[in-house]
Every structure is written in structure tokens, then in C-alpha cells.
Design a protein around this ligand. Sequence first.
Ligand code: PPS
Length: 391
Amino acid sequence: DSLDLCFFCRHFRLLGLVTLWLGVIFLAGFFHTNPLRPSYPQTNVMFLKTHKTASSTVMNILFRFAEKHNLTLALPAGQNYHLGYPHRFMAQFVEGFKTMGQSYNIMCNHMRFNLPEVQKVMPNTTTYFSIMRNPISLMESSYAYNKFFTPAFRRSKDVNEFLASPWTYYNMSECTNNVHARNYMWFDFGYDNNAMDTEDYVQHVLAEIEQAFQLMLLTDYFDESMVLLKETLGWELDDVVYFKLNSRSQDSIKSMTPESKEKVKEWCSLDWKLYQHFNRTFWRRIQETIGLEKLDQEVNLLRMRQKELMELCLLDPMPIDKTKIKDKKLQPFQSGRANILGYNLKEDMANETLRTCLRLITPELQYMSYLYAHQFPEKKRKSTAFSLWRR
Ligand SMILES: Nc1ncnc2c1ncn2[C@@H]1O[C@H](COP(=O)(O)OS(=O)(=O)O)[C@@H](OP(=O)(O)O)[C@H]1O
């Protein structure tokens, strides 16, 4: 009898907890608040900057946030522009690590993820997040950008020819030189991009990534992602307003045949599974936090603010060709067949406005070099260093 009673008590308690939790979610929905939003802005953040996923736009957001709150960045040491990529990340790749230990706030340069080493640099309270893109458009973007660098791409005429018969061009022994051609995201997360796609292995990796990262964003739903990011970190809308960086001119985008698109799912099956999984968790997370209705409202607010800032700052309504950029120091880095676009600012802006606008359009290498010089004034400047604010 006492056993029965105990059983009843336990279940009654469980039922109580579930009811309480549902109540919180219901009330949160009623008052349009997010039960999981922190009450103060999170300032310790690690962003795994995956390739060709809009990660430079996210990085610009993080750089601006770091400046606003006077935070310390874990930047690449010396003249480097990334954190040791394609080698697995090591704490010593960060400038000042030996003396500064775990006192950094934000880490967001390209790296091949390696959790135990990242944990040596970032405080225990750090929020980890990253971004993923549909492997089909990712492949097309990567092909254009890495055309002359990646052996598998060099040997083929275009992305459709490559995908029609990838093994003709892709040589496994060329290892990391070919990572841009197959399961690029899988590699960036620290795993073997040529591994056998077996159910157990994939499930193991997905579980490991979920354990390490509190949030996974999607390039394909970038504005929705920015809303989710600000909610997860307790940030303001203005913190995640952005101008699109690193986009390409229309003439450097190759249209993919339906066969090519299907082939990516098979050729990059590890990335395909990764993307499908985190696409599901993304929408589940929206449902558990702000819900679709509030999401729509917030996305609209974000777009309105972005439009306002574009009208305030930009000479042209769209990103422009590199040859049309008047201030050569603001030209983005170019690579392969990709014609990477940039911006011109309006003239005669007041000082404060000019700074706000400049921050939004400064390409990643220049911005990073500026922040490096600011954080380590005694060190030799990186070669793309330029003064952002003294003009
Ligand atoms: N806001 C937003 N929304 C959707 N897509 C966006 C956004 N910002 C950048 N992009 C696209 O992201 C691609 C560049 O990615 P990265 O900045 O990660 O490239 S890099 O690896 O740092 O070189 C590049 O894709 P492609 O144009 O297909 O090459 C950009 O157009």
C-alpha cells in the first residue's frame, strides 16, 4: 500500500511540474514574452564561423556588439586572419592566450571546431552558436569562391560538371585542400568530411553538436535567425540589424540543374543530414520560445529598421560591384570566380552617423584588423589595418 502511495505521489508531483511548465508557456504566449530570454544581455559568446553561410554578416554583428560593450575578442594571433583553419583549433592560435587565459568575451573567426581547446579560451558561462546553410546553395557558393584553390573544382568546368561525376575530379588523398568540395560544414564542425555515412555515426555527431551548441541558426532564414539570436542572448533589435556582407554579383551565380541539386544530397549526405536535423530543431526552438506570430512581427521590425538604416547610410539602394566602390579601403576580399559586392556611403554625414554606417559596411578583414590594433596597440598591425574612424 505504501509503495502504491509513493508511486502516486511521484506521478502527482510530475503532473504538477508539467502543468506548471505548460502554464508558464501559456502565460508567456499570452503576454508575448519569451520564457527563455535572459533578463540581461549575454556578453560571453562563441560563434563557430562556418564557411559561405552568411557568417561574415554575423561576425559584423558580433564585432559591433563587442565595440558597444567594450568586450575582449579572441582574435587570430600575429598576421593571421583565421584561427588556424583548416587545422583543428588550438588555444594558442588566439592572440594573448598565454597571458589572458579565459578572460575573452567573444570568439568568432573561422576555425575548425575543437571544443576542449575552445573551452581553454572561453569562460564557462559562454553561449555557443553557429549557422548552417542548405548544402545545395552552399555548394554553388563554395564552387564560385574556391574555384582556383580547390583541386576538385579546378579540374572541372563548372559546378554542374563537377556534380555530374564528382569522383572524376575529387581525390581523397588531397585531404584538406578539397574540404570546400564535400561536406564543408561537417568539416568546419571538426569532423571527417569523407567519413562513411552510417546511422550510428551520424546520430553520434548530431548529439555531440547539440551538446556543444546552445543555438543553431539558418542562413536560409537569416532574419528569423537574427530574431532568435537576440532572444537567446537577451540582446536588443538594433544589435542584430545588419547589411548583407560578402554577397555576389548576379553574373557570378551559376544556376544548378535539377540533377545537380539532387546530387548534392547524396554527395554531401553528411551535410544534408546535418542541415535537415538542425532545420527541425530551429523551428522547434521558435515554437518553444516566441512562436510564429511574434516571430513575424519581429522580423518585420528588423526589416523596417534595416531599410531605415540603408536609406540613412547608403548611396545606392543595393550592394555594388567592387569597381564602383569609391573608397578602395572598403573593398571586400575577392576570391575565385565570385565577384563580391560592397557599399558606398552617402557623403557629408555627421560624425556619429558616419561611424554607425561605417561599422555596418566594413568588410570582415578590415574590421578585424582595426579591432586587433585597438586591442593590442603594442603589436604589429595586420596588413589590412586601416583607421575606421579617423578619416
Ligand atoms: N543576410 C544574409 N542572408 C542570406 N545570405 C547572406 C546574408 N549575408 C550574406 N549572405 C550570403 O552568405 C554567403 C557568404 O558567406 P560567408 O560570409 O560565410 O562567406 S565566407 O566563408 O566568410 O567567405 C554569400 O552567399 P553567395 O552569394 O551565395 O556566395 C552571401 O550572399
